[in-house]
Ligand binder design. Sequence first.
Ligand SMILES: *[C@@H]1O[C@H](CO)[C@@H](O)[C@H](O)[C@H]1NC(C)=O
Ligand SMILES: *[C@@H]1O[C@H](CO)[C@@H](O)[C@H](O)[C@H]1NC(C)=O
Length: 233
Amino acid sequence: MVSNMKSVFIVFYAILLASSIHLTNGSYEYFRLVLVWPTTFTTHVHPNYGMTIVNPPNYFTIHGLWPTNFSYPWPQYCSKKRKDRFDASLLTQALEVSLNYYWPSLKPAKKNMQFWIDEWEKHGTCSLQRFNQFEYFRNAIYITYNLNIQSVFKNVGIIPSGTKTYSYINIVDAIKTKTYQEPELMCFKDQNHVLLWEIHVCLNASLTGYISCPINNFNNIILCKKIFIKIPV
Ligand SMILES: *[C@@H]1O[C@H](CO)[C@@H](O)[C@H](O)[C@H]1NC(C)=O
Ligand SMILES: *[C@@H]1O[C@H](CO)[C@@H](O)[C@H](O)[C@H]1NC(C)=O
């Protein structure tokens, strides 16, 4: 517990240091860290993506870290300049190892690197005023690692299962034990069940604190609120 707190502190301190160097106003207002439950994605949302991923990760992986606005439209593809394109040489080997683990492509036809390129161009370029490419990816990893959704769920007895179901409130309350702020859940309806698909947690523009996610009325969010949710294995 103590060492956990300490690592959280060190990480946030490191992020604060990195971000204080470029304190200009961004073209976005806050961040959404979007985590995906791989089994739901690979076997239900996109079951026929050319091939099947045989053993999807059994932990939440990153879909993206999105610089977002409180109202629509949300920023995307914020720079097409050559100098702002994804540059693989800016990833350290250690960061790439972490990205392969926490931010894998869940589409068999798409390489991990291509997924990072796509996310960088669509989203990462929108927070370039604050975070360069290295900082952007490193911060996504640090936050996901520290959030540690698996252990948060385990602590309150939420486990992926072929049979168990949980309410929206059960799952949200578990996440709030760590963030103290409202996350947002997205679900997917297969024939018989509503499955947990994504967890969105929101952070302020400098990535130094969680904020409550502004309420969206996406169908996939409303769906989770209606009925008990399964986290499929
Ligand atoms: C997002 O918000 C920022 C700051 O308020 C603004 O400058 C930017 O134009 C907005 N982006 C979009 C796509 O509306
Ligand atoms: C982000 O949150 C931290 C901690 O609550 C706060 O100190 C900081 O001023 C906030 N930054 C922005 C840009 O909102």
